[in-house]
Design a protein around this ligand. Structure first.
Ligand SMILES: [Zn+2]
Ligand SMILES: [Zn+2]
Length: 186
């Protein structure tokens, strides 16, 4: 915030719409911590909101020397709300569509595709910003976690709270379930 203002003064081109955008984001930049709805354990550090989930960073996972997670979709210290359905259940689609945002299509090889009818409103964060979560196997993946089976991250209290997507060919994202976490002021 401070940096941006300084930059505007230096360049001298603080356009009115740019000021408006800054004021808007000021309301959104209040940091929150996400806690488990059941036991109140903090699951993240303080995070500030992005206006939307960023575009998927380009990453040639097929050229990577070692399999592993892609670069995170959401930068560290931030979160964004996913407006589209995400994760399980998947339903059959006759047309080739992305199964869920940034994931690409899932086909059975016989002309049938699968598309998410999961919940909307997930809180998307950098998986490295989460703590205290335990992987709970929900669907198969080669070296990480896949979101196709739904919630696969358990709080220490046993409540499933999030869906991790971390396989080498997938976006690197953690989706906190809006129904299983809540935001508190740090
Ligand atoms: Zn808990
Ligand atoms: Zn893999």
């Amino acid at each position: 915030m401070h940096d941006r203002r300084v930059q505007d003064q230096e360049t001298g081109n603080a356009a009115p719409e740019r000021r408006a955008a800054s004021a808007e984001s000021a309301a959104e930049t209040e940091a929150v911590v996400f806690v488990c709805i059941t036991c109140e354990a903090p699951l993240t550090g303080p995070l500030t909101r992005l206006p939307a989930v960023p575009e998927l960073p380009y990453y040639a996972w097929w050229d990577a020397e070692e399999p592993g997670p892609s670069p995170p979709t959401v930068p560290s210290g931030r979160y964004a709300i996913e407006t589209e359905p995400y994760g399980a259940p998947l339903v059959v689609s006759e047309v080739s569509v992305e199964a869920m945002p940034r994931y690409g299509p899932i086909s059975d090889g016989h002309g049938r595709y699968f598309v998410s009818r999961g919940p909307r409103g997930n809180i998307v964060i950098n998986p490295d910003d989460a703590h205290g979560l335990e992987y709970h196997h929900a669907s198969s993946a080669c070296c990480g976690a896949a979101p196709t089976g739904g919630l696969n991250q358990r709080c220490a209290c046993g409540t499933l709270v999030a869906t991790l997507c971390s396989d080498c060919c997938c976006p690197y994202e953690l989706h906190l379930s809006a129904d299983h976490v809540r935001a508190v002021l740090p």
